[in-house]
Design a protein. Structure first.
Length: 68
């Protein structure tokens, strides 16, 4: 096994194995995003209830970034 990892194909084999493990590990609950779009279908929706119509007026700006 060590000989395979030190040859020319070693990094490729290691990358393939790590990719398989990363893709096959599902998110455990809705708060865990597996990538920037939450899931592989690009859903981007989370059913959080911390901000609702009753408390949205109490939100305050905590930071600001100039993007020009």
């Amino acid at each position: 096994m060590l000989n395979v990892l030190t040859g020319n194909r070693g990094p490729l084999v290691l990358t393939a194995v790590l990719f398989v493990f990363a893709v096959s590990a599902p998110a455990r609950d809705s708060s865990e995003w597996i990538n920037i779009n939450k899931d592989y279908s690009g859903q981007r929706y989370v059913d959080l209830d911390q901000i609702n119509p009753r408390n949205v007026q109490s939100l305050k700006k905590v930071c600001e970034a100039q993007l020009t």
